[in-house]
Ligand binder design. Structure first.
Ligand SMILES: OC[C@H]1O[C@H](O[C@H]2O[C@H](CO)[C@@H](O)[C@H](O)[C@H]2O)[C@H](O)[C@@H](O)[C@@H]1O
Length: 546
């Protein structure tokens, strides 16, 4: 990079001439978008807001409802007329952006935005958002990380079916289900094929989970016995795997610097770039969760990890597709996806579930079996990838991450079951629940998806998971965490006048930090989570559902 800069300077380029070139040839940031009023908008907050018992929270909720108007955008006509001159992907309807530096529509952020829009009776805006994402599946075969051309090498956590159902719950419009179904199937294929699909078997002598708990749990869950696990049952699971072997265009300087400072070149640098982009695909960019064999960013090895949360979201997707197919009368599709969900849950029980920690751990891939490893003969300068026949040994990673309990939110433990009770106890004993909310992990790495940060989507999934577990004490734990989170948002709002993308889990009302960019405000998913919680927990009695 430095050498390139010297070459450019020698050619007569100056900072001023570069600035002039940029201003002559590029639009200002945001000039590709037009602010618009969201569909279904009303200046008045939803009627339930007047029942919020704490006047300060009521005032905050009213102000945050007002933020929807400031975060709604539409693709400008100049983009629609000349798509090849812009990085912004054309979308047919207006959408809500996270805010600040994040000026485009994001994939998994949209789930919590949709929940917040629905809470504010803005179902038309929520439906437009989900229809935008469905249009991206038509064009790309999946929902990219965000609606920019430089994000099309990867996706983000698969919550599309949950978004469709959140809108359908509010609208009852079967037309949306019919439009969504083939796109959900297409996106599921994206997540279960190519480099994202991995065949694994337990590293610990083919006994199932690390603690040997699998057979009992699988039987208790009613998904079929694992009587044959001693015969090294092979499971198919999914991982994050971006198709990018170069620096991320949006963080080019950071990625080049990372590889250079680690002394990496050629295929090794290409593999690190892929693992970094794959961490971005996970939504957890960046975190010790992806480190293997070292304790800094250069040890990011996302593609060697089989994530518990990703597979839980896919389990939920499979059940959602089955439910939608059943609702629309496609019984063959229902059966196909019911069976796929059962297989995935069986694999997660066998390999990821840990009775001691009361959670589902990520897996680490070991070397493929010698007889099944296939040498990559491609002439392209790319790292070897798994093939349909590769079988990896896999073992549980240790580590306390909020993602270990996402499977509880996805219904991977039946409500009221012994497994659900163990998971609730595991979360409560994990050390993640702190004065300012729910920590992302217990490791203070300086990366944004670690301690001390508390992220709204993770907090929200933990609250809903506790609330739906139907285990003694879990509902009150959910209400307590919800109350703490709403108050943390309030304290930060009073101190800064803004909603933040992340907070400090240790400090009530502290703002999060770390990572490669300045903390951002706005903020789409934070607003969605707050409004959803205010509606559920802010009114009347703490445990009321009104
Ligand atoms: O530009 C750096 C990274 O920014 C995004 O990631 C972060 O913000 C997103 C929008 O709120 C959020 O979805 C993600 O979880 C955050 O880590 C972007 O998604 C990354 O791809 C990008 O590298």
């Amino acid at each position: 990079m430095a050498a390139d800069w010297e070459v450019l300077k020698a050619s007569g380029l100056t900072t001023e001439s570069l600035r002039k070139f940029v201003s002559d040839n590029f639009g200002d940031p945001g000039s590709d978008l037009k602010p618009v009023i969201p569909a279904g908008w009303s200046e008045n907050p939803p009627s339930w807001m007047s029942n919020v018992r704490d006047p300060e929270l009521r005032e905050l909720g009213t102000a945050v409802h007002g933020l929807w108007k400031t975060l709604c955008r539409q693709v400008s006509s100049s983009v629609l007329d000349n798509t090849d001159r812009h990085t912004l992907l054309p979308l047919p309807y207006p959408f809500i952006v996270p805010g600040d530096r994040f000026r485009e529509c994001y994939n998994w952020d949209s789930y919590w935005v949709i929940r917040g829009l629905v809470a504010c009776n803005m179902v038309p805006a929520a439906e437009q958002l989900v229809r935008n994402l469905l249009s991206l599946v038509d064009r790309w075969g999946f929902v990219p990380n965000g609606a920019r051309s430089y994000y099309t090498n990867r996706s983000q956590p698969p919550l599309l079916s949950a978004m469709v159902l959140a809108v359908w719950d509010a609208s009852g419009d079967n037309g949306l289900l019919a439009d969504a179904l083939p796109r959900l199937v297409a996106q599921h294929t994206y997540w279960t094929s190519g480099n994202k699909a991995v065949r694994v078997r337990a590293a610990s002598g083919c006994q199932g989970g690390a603690d040997g708990a699998a057979p009992g749990l699988a039987a208790a869950a009613g998904v079929g016995s694992t009587a044959d696990v001693d015969d090294c049952e092979v499971f198919e699971l999914s991982r994050y795997h971006a198709e990018l072997y170069e620096p991320r265009p949006e963080s080019l300087r950071e990625d080049i610097h990372l590889a250079a400072s680690a002394g990496l070149e050629g295929d090794q640098a290409a593999q690190l770039y892929c693992d970094i982009a794959s961490a971005a695909e996970s939504g957890w960019d960046f975190s010790t969760r992806w480190y293997v064999g070292g304790s800094s960013l250069e040890f990011t090895r996302t593609t060697q990890v089989i994530p518990a949360d990703l597979n839980a979201w896919l389990y939920r997707t499979e059940r959602d597709i089955a439910a939608i197919a059943a609702h629309l009368g496609d019984l063959q599709l229902r059966d196909t996806y019911t069976a796929a969900a059962a297989r995935r849950r069986h694999a997660m029980d066998a390999l990821m579930w840990n009775t001691v920690d009361g959670c589902w751990h990520d897996l680490l891939l070991q070397q493929p079996q010698p007889d099944s490893a296939v040498v990559n003969t491609s002439s392209e300068s790319r790292p070897p990838c798994s093939t349909a026949t590769t079988v990896y040994d896999a073992e549980q990673r240790s580590g306390v991450y909020a993602s270990n309990w996402v499977p509880l939110w996805c219904g991977c433990a039946a409500s009221g079951s012994a497994q659900a009770a163990a998971a609730v106890a595991g979360l409560q004993a994990s050390g993640l629940i702190q004065g300012g909310g729910l920590l992302t992990s217990t490791y203070p790495s300086g990366q944004q998806w670690d301690a001390p940060n508390a992220w709204p989507p993770l907090v929200h999934m933990a609250i809903e998971a506790l609330s739906e577990a139907q285990v003694p004490g879990a509902e009150s734990a959910a209400a307590e965490l919800a109350d703490r989170w709403m108050r943390a948002n309030l304290v930060a709002w009073h101190a800064t006048g803004a909603m933040h993308e992340k907070y400090d889990g240790y400090k009530m009302g502290g703002v999060g930090g770390g990572g490669e960019y300045e903390p951002q405000v706005g903020f789409g998913w934070s607003n969605g989570v707050l409004l959803t919680l205010l509606q559920r927990y802010g009114q009347g009695d703490k445990t009321s559902t009104s």
